[in-house]
Design a protein around this ligand. Structure first.
Ligand SMILES: NC(=O)c1ccc[n+]([C@@H]2O[C@H](COP(=O)([O-])OP(=O)(O)OC[C@H]3O[C@@H](n4cnc5c(N)ncnc54)[C@H](O)[C@@H]3O)[C@@H](O)[C@H]2O)c1
Length: 240
């Protein structure tokens, strides 16, 4: 029970990696609020679904207040909501660029602005985990917009690790850069390309959502009490 008594928020928690994190955190004793544009694809007595579009700053402020009013505090935030709109750079439209930046980068800022401040000023502690990507670390053909956001959240991570630890607050901020993990976000990638990505890892396979959830659990828990400002690559040894 590594998260006994903790209140956790997971954005994009309706399915995929967010769902695995929400369920694992609940199993480890936490109360979890899974904020997502869509309905939760599962039920769990310790996971509450909340309809939220992370691109809306006002809605994110309202959400943060709702969770603090209801549960008294927020100890863990996982900024996991994310989308892709892939194309070679000359084919990326303004809409495709803006949508990915809005969700993956501005959305992370919107949610953290109020929750990070709550952790520092009111709670005095907390763990923020931003979900980056192997694509943010190494770049990838056809993903300029996505790579920009996923590299961007590593910059936010390092900045917030400094900012939110002021005033004696024990707020840790880290990111996870997963490799290719089997969820809906990979649906548009052809199987032969996925097979190629699997071969590019040292372990010779793609990852499972539970393997990322376990990394998030480590960073969320007191086991990582001296880890902050770090980007943890969880990609089976992949270099793009
Ligand atoms: N699966 C992978 O291979 C992989 C690899 C590296 C990084 N990631 C990152 O992990 C995170 C989770 O991805 P996933 O694979 O579980 O994808 P997914 O598509 O299965 O889940 C993403 C979730 O985010 C939600 N979402 C999207 N836009 C939102 C918004 N504006 N507001 C609130 N919720 C929103 C969706 O409704 C969905 O439930 C993403 O940030 C993704 O970029 C995934």
């Amino acid at each position: 029970m590594r998260l006994e008594g903790k209140v956790c928020v997971v954005t994009g928690g309706a399915k995929g990696l967010g769902m695995e994190m929400a369920l694992l955190f609940a199993k480890e004793g936490a109360k979890v609020v899974a904020a997502d544009m869509g309905e939760l694809s599962y039920t769990n007595e310790n996971v509450e679904g909340y309809k939220l579009n992370v691109t809306n700053l006002e809605a994110c402020d309202k959400f943060s207040k709702y969770v603090v009013d209801k549960y008294g505090k927020i100890d863990v935030l996982v900024n996991n909501a994310g989308i892709t709109k892939d194309a070679l750079t000359h084919k990326i439209t303004e809409d495709m660029w803006d949508m990915v930046i809005d969700v993956n980068l501005k959305g992370v800022f919107n949610v953290t602005k109020s929750i990070g401040t709550h952790m520092m000023m009111e709670n005095g502690s907390g763990s923020i985990i931003n979900i980056s990507s192997v694509v943010g670390e190494y770049g990838n053909v056809g993903q300029a917009n996505y790579a920009a956001t996923k590299a961007g959240v590593i910059g936010l991570t390092k900045t917030w690790a400094k900012e939110f630890a002021r005033k004696g607050a024990a707020v840790r901020v880290n990111s996870i850069a997963p490799g290719y993990i089997m969820t809906d976000i990979l649906k548009t990638i052809p199987q032969d390309l996925l097979d190629k990505f699997a071969k590019m890892t040292m372990l010779g396979r793609l990852g499972e959502p539970e393997e990322i959830a376990k990394v998030a659990l480590f960073l969320a828990s007191d086991d990582a009490s001296y880890v902050t400002g770090h980007n943890l690559s969880a990609n089976g040894g992949m270099r793009l």
